[in-house]
Design a protein around this ligand. Sequence first.
Ligand code: BES
Ligand code: ZN
Length: 624
Amino acid sequence: MKKHTFLYLLVILIFNCESEKKNMSTTPKYVEETHSFAKPNNSVITHLDLDIVVDFEQEIIEGTATYQISNNNASEIVLDTKFLDIISTKADGKNVDFKLDAFDEQLGEALRIPISEDTKTITIAYKTTHKTEALQWLNPQQTADKTNPFLFTQGQAILTRTWIPIQDSPQIRITYTAKVKVPQQLMAVMSAENPKQKSSDGIYNFKMQQPISPYLIALAVGDFEYKAVSNRTGVYAEKSMIDKAQTEFSDMEKMVAAAENLYGDYDWDQFDVIVLPPSFPFGGMENPRLTFATPTVIAGDKSLTSLIAHELAHSWSGNLVTNATWNDFWLNEGFTVYFEIRIMEALYGKDRANMIALIGRQDLEEEVEGFKDEPDMTKLKLDLDGKNPDDGMNSIAYDKGYLFLRTLEEKVGREKFDAFLKKYFKTNAFSTVTTEEFVDYLNTNLLEPNNIDFKVKEWVYEPGIPSNQAIIVSNKFENAEQTLKEFLDTKSIDISKTKDWTTQEWVHFIRNFPETITTDDLARLDEAFNFTNSTNSHIAMVWYEQAINHDYHGNNVDQKIEDFLIHVGRRWYVSTLFKAFKRADKVDEALAIYKKSRPNYHSVTVNTIDDMLGYEDFESGGMQ
Ligand code: BES
Ligand code: ZN
């Protein structure tokens, strides 16, 4: 070999090694994310100190957000904001000029703050505006006790940026402290260490020591109090609700213990629930240490508390191991439904667990049918590029995700599956996971070692429900179906057969009315069971849906439906009923009710129903 050829090869070799090293050291930690403007691979927030005043008169929050940052040689840090009034920005205490990019309907505006190599902190002085989407300001009439106003936030999926300027991607994890000033007669709580009593001056200090994703930062302010259920669980609620809430949720400690027994220690010390006013747009929201819940979960007989098991389960699947992007949302919700049903089985047995699973199975069937023209939306791994992440938040992530995991469990056996899940939570604690990473992890840690062939790719990346799905059966539901059939055949019902029915059986019974059921049949059933006046929100909701479907108007049900829609803002309930009106060609009736109920709803419910009913075309105006 000629000398210069040798030298040439040596140079190539060294160069290759160098570039390999470089590649390794620059392997990005954060994956591409279409729902945030932040560039966390360049510069990222690591800790937040929030100092804010909650002004009920002006209905704004005002104050400063100071971040500790980690800078990877960038000359600016990019944050997400939407509908915020940015007043000034500082880097290490010195004023710097910020820039706001053009406004994007879904994502808001990128806020760019110049930094230098050694910048340690940035501070942003800001105010929220009346367009904020996270906050709902309630007047006293909209609360249970009707004497004081109330405020709550909803961060998931991309709304935190409408009340705090932040890098709003689930991949980001920060610790935080907050100093929050509220009117003296009110109390404030957050997804953090919380007070158990009111302060004398309306000032509250919070600390969240574990790193969490921004969508989990939450605040509620109102006139509520605390009652413990055990030394690490308890409830916050308004005075008129507190005892009912404490009784309804009295199994909370057992739930935490059962969850720990399944998948490892509860890492957040305290598990409390706050019962919010009825406009809260979700059943529950898993804000760490403090689940936010709808009052419609309080049925008086603990029959709807699987919702608490669900939000508790998110303390592992979601809050500890988090979906990397909203396209991976099923990793949060599918795992959580699976875990929820396991907790319910541990506390109340297989019958109850299978009924919950089968209700979800029916929801899944309906969702897949509803997406028959958009089959891509029935994949577990989504592509929400250019869409609002809310579009992916439907039964597919929850119930197809559940069915996938249940099918896996049945294939490998519970013991192995539980050991696998426990290890998955432990290995990935306080970090985020993409669908691809999970699929790899599953193959390496469960399927390959056990020589199991499973249609993983089909489950995750293809539409519809694969044929190897687990079949879920429930004798209780078969009995309920039989009772329904007998009623339809004989027009009479043997009430003794239904006397031990749980909410789930009633829901199943009502949801399975055939197309051909008559208004006379409905009137007879209503006379026997008074569904129209049910105090159980789930039973009432499915009954109202059938009343709309089948043009039933007895027992003053129309008024009841209207009252329900005006009072309750839980999106799942509200959208089920408005969808029924639409399907039955009763959009005018729906719009007449919606005009009255809309001012009571949180923005996430408003957005969904506006779209569904074409409200903006109708009113030719925006949100009032
Ligand atoms: N994290 C969700 C609520 C959510 C989802 C908020 C997507 C914003 C965007 C919560 O854990 C949830 O799933 N709630 C359900 C509870 C039910 C499945 C038991 C709800 O609100 O109905
Ligand atoms: Zn959930």
